[in-house]
Every structure is written in C-alpha cells, then in structure tokens.
Write a protein that binds this ligand. Structure first.
Ligand code: PHE
Length: 455
C-alpha cells in the first residue's frame, strides 16, 4: 500500500509551485473576478478571506497532513485511518475525475483559441468576432474531440513523468511564466481608457448583496473557495503524500491560499477592466467571458490584439494544465496503492482512458449546443460542474472535517504538523475543524443546493 511513498518532491519551492499550480486554474480566471464583482466587491472578498482563513486553510492543512501521514493516495489514506469514513477518499477521487472530464474540453478550446490568435498574428486567418469564433468552435465537434484528447494526453504525459520529473518540473516553469504574463496583461488592461468601470465593478464595496441575500453570497464564496483551493477531492492528500517530513505544513497552508488569491485578483485586473473598456459583448462570466468577451477585447486592441490574445490563451492553457495534472494524480496514486503491481504507465493509461469517455461526451455536447440528451435539463458541462462543485466537493470537505473533528481527533494532525516546526495555530485549527467547519460547510452545502435549484 505504500507505493505512493516511493516518489517525492524535489524541493520545497517545487512542491509549493505545484500546489499553487493546482489551485490556480479556470476557477481563478473565469470565476473569481466575476463572482467578486457581482456579489459585492470588497464585501465578497471579506467573506471569502474569512472562510479561507477559518475553514479553507484548516481543510488544506488537514489534507496535506493526511497525505504525508499515511504516504498514500486519497482512497487508501482514509481506509487506513478511519472506520466510519473509509469511503471518503473514493468520493474525492470521483470528484476530481468529474472536474477533469470538463476541464479537458475547456483546455481544448483554449488551445484552439491560442492557435487562432497565432494565425491572426502571422496573417493567415481573417478577423472574426468572439461570438462567431465561439459558435464555429463549438459546432466543429470533430475538432473539439481532437483538442480535448490533446489536452488530456498532455495532462497524462506530464503525470506519467512522475511527481518531481513531470508535475514539479512543469509547474516550476509554468507558474512564474503565468505570473509574469498576468502582470503584463493586467498593466495593459488597467491602462486602457475606460478601465475604471471594470475596477469599480470589482472593487467598489457594495453591501447590498450581503444585506439582501447573505446566504447566496456565502454559497458563492464557499463554492469558489473549495473549487479554487482544490479541496475536498483528494488532490492535496495526493500532493501531501510526496512531501518530505521537513516541509513546514503550516506555512504551506498559509502560502498556498494567499498566492491563489493574489493570482485571482491579478486575473481580475487583467480581464475585467479590459472587458469594460473595450466592450466585449458576451457577458462577464464562465465560458462566455473566456471565449466571447475576451476574444472581442483582443479584436478591439488592433495590431497588438492577436499578440495579447495568443499570450492570454497560452497562459490559460498552462494554468488549466497545472490544475488538470493535479486532478489525474489522485486517481493514479490511488490506483498504484490499490494495485501495487500495476506500473505507473498502466495507472496513468487506465485513469486517462476512463476520463476520456466523459470528456469526449462533454466536448461533443459543444457547451450544450448539440442535440445530445441533457441530464436534468442541463448541458453536460454544467451538469458535471454542478455535481462536483455544488455537491461532491462540499460533501467531501464536510466528511473530512467530521472525520478529523469527531473520529481521528486533531492531535494526530497536529503531531504531523509539528514534525516540521511549531504549530502556532493549533488551537484555532482544532476549534475550526471541529466546531466551525462542519456547520459552515453544512450551510454552504445547503445554500449551494438551493442556488442550483436542487432544494
Ligand atoms: N483549483 C482549480 C481551479 O481553480 C480547480 C481544481 C479543482 C484543481 C480540483 C484540482 C482539483 O480551477
């Protein structure tokens, strides 16, 4: 059962960059800025920060410690430590698998938008509006399937190279690149004439949404927090299993959320002021923001547009890849634990092969534009998103908190943390995981289900 322990991160910075790479993804780029703007600017930010400090980092710390303590992937980690919550790891792996399934088609779209902007740059393609490109891209189902599989194959290739040789190496190059390009884009965006409206949208403190619908803001901020910090799905357990006993877990649980939030804010600065200034027409959230509005923004930038466009879509592809590898890894790690005889290549092929099936269905659905049967009336992508972000992730995190708070106890986690330094937040952690996290997670789950119209 100790297969996972055979590999480890090459360096502390490499681990941090990989974990931040997992956290930073489409959630930061298309989710955070818009949700912040719509749900009250600074007021939303405040709730998000409070939730992250008191619940998110406690859960993150727990997952990292569970991984490092057991040296196992998520499925075996819970099996080893728990009687009542044995099956929670399966929940997590299932969830990261669902997210991977819809991340691949989106990653595939990003690659196509990157190619399109490069073609514009070298003058072999004619300009078109964001909406035109988007409908073309979603209609060409053969190409969608192809690029979905390209993205999945790239994910599998990095994971196949192993933890330090693949995931860590890739993240160490990708994350600084992503950060620098985001800064360049943010500078361009906030210096456009008319950018103030976007800044206002994001930052002006608007307490109305808080007063009128506190539960909804809580659901949005809570859902965003799980998704963005890759919580409740075994990713951080799998990454924790490769950690050296000398890695300071407490510090990591502080640095990762801060970096994730800084990048989300930077992404907001790179995107929303430009969208307001240049008037993209597709809307400010989700796939439309990414594939219609922003392409229009680049269109309106004149000569420099395709250059910024190519840079941007490359950057989103890279951000998506550093996340998708962290969705495949828990599955691969768990397979290796359960079937020690299976080679890493075998585990990766099995996991990626299984993910290819739903990924292809989602890409054939073309964002709900196809005639394929719709589960519960939702497009396939929305359905998978709802299932994972709305239900499985909060339930997974709730079960983790209940397991630690009421079965394992905070002491074994504290012991693990103390192997690498003083655990100065021990008291806050124990209170949070036992008394704060469970009721808050229940409330978030309730609000999410209500938001999605399930109850
Ligand atoms: N955190 C990633 C994002 O913000 C998504 C993710 C979820 C990554 C689950 C890994 C596991 O897009």
């Amino acid at each position: 059962m100790q297969n996972t322990s055979q590999s480890s991160w090459g360096s502390s910075l490499g681990f941090l960059l990989a974990a931040i790479g997992s956290a930073v993804g489409l959630g930061n780029i298309w989710g955070f800025p818009y949700k912040m703007g719509e749900s009250g600017g600074f007021a939303f930010l405040l709730i998000y920060v409070l939730l992250t400090v008191f619940v998110g980092s406690a859960l993150l710390l727990s997952e990292l410690a569970l991984g490092r303590k057991t040296l196992c992937g998520p499925i075996s980690a819970y099996r080893r430590l728990s009687k009542r919550f044995k099956w929670v790891g399966i929940f997590g792996v299932l969830s990261s698998f669902l997210i991977l399934a819809f991340y691949c088609p989106l990653g595939g779209y990003c690659i196509r938008y990157f190619c399109f902007n490069v073609q514009l740059l070298i003058g072999v393609s004619a300009q078109a509006s964001g909406a035109e490109i988007f409908s073309l891209v979603t209609e060409q189902s053969g190409a969608s399937v192809f690029f979905t599989l390209v993205f999945l194959a790239a994910t599998a290739a990095i994971v196949l190279k192993g933890v330090s040789g693949g995931i860590e190496k890739f993240s160490t190059v990708a994350m600084p690149l992503l950060f620098l390009s985001l800064i360049a884009l943010a500078v361009r965006s906030v210096t456009l004439p008319g950018a103030e409206r976007g800044l206002d949208f994001m930052f002006s403190p608007n307490l109305e949404p808080l007063k009128q619908n506190f539960l909804e803001v809580l659901a949005t901020a809570g859902g965003q927090m799980f998704f963005s910090l890759s919580l409740g799905m075994g990713t951080m357990i799998a990454y924790g299993a490769y950690l050296d006993k000398s890695q300071n877990l407490q510090k990591s649980a502080v640095i990762i959320p801060i970096a994730d939030m800084i990048i989300a804010l930077l992404a907001g600065l790179a995107i929303l002021p430009a969208a307001f200034a240049l008037g993209g027409e597709g809307g400010l959230t989700g796939p439309n923001l990414l594939f219609v509005t922003l392409q229009d923004v680049f269109y309106h930038m004149g000569y420099a547009g395709p250059l910024f466009g190519a840079l941007f879509y490359l950057l989103v592809t890279v951000a998506a890849l550093t996340s998708s590898i962290s969705m495949l890894e828990p599955f691969v790690a768990s397979l290796s634990d359960l079937r020690p005889k299976l080679s890493r290549a075998g585990s990766v092929a099995l996991a990626a092969g299984a993910a290819a099936i739903p990924a292809v269905i989602i890409s054939l659905d073309g964002m709900g534009s196809s005639g394929i049967a719709k589960p519960f009336g939702y497009g396939w992508l929305d359905f998978f998103n709802l299932l994972s972000e709305g239900v499985i992730m909060p339930v997974g995190s709730l079960l983790t908190a209940l397991f630690i708070g009421y079965e394992l106890g905070a002491a074994p986690i504290a012991q693990e943390v103390e192997l690498s330094g003083r655990f100065s937040f021990r008291r806050i952690y124990s209170i949070s995981i036992k008394y704060l996290a469970p009721p808050l997670l229940l409330l978030i789950l309730f609000a999410q289900l209500r938001d999605f119209g399930i109850i």
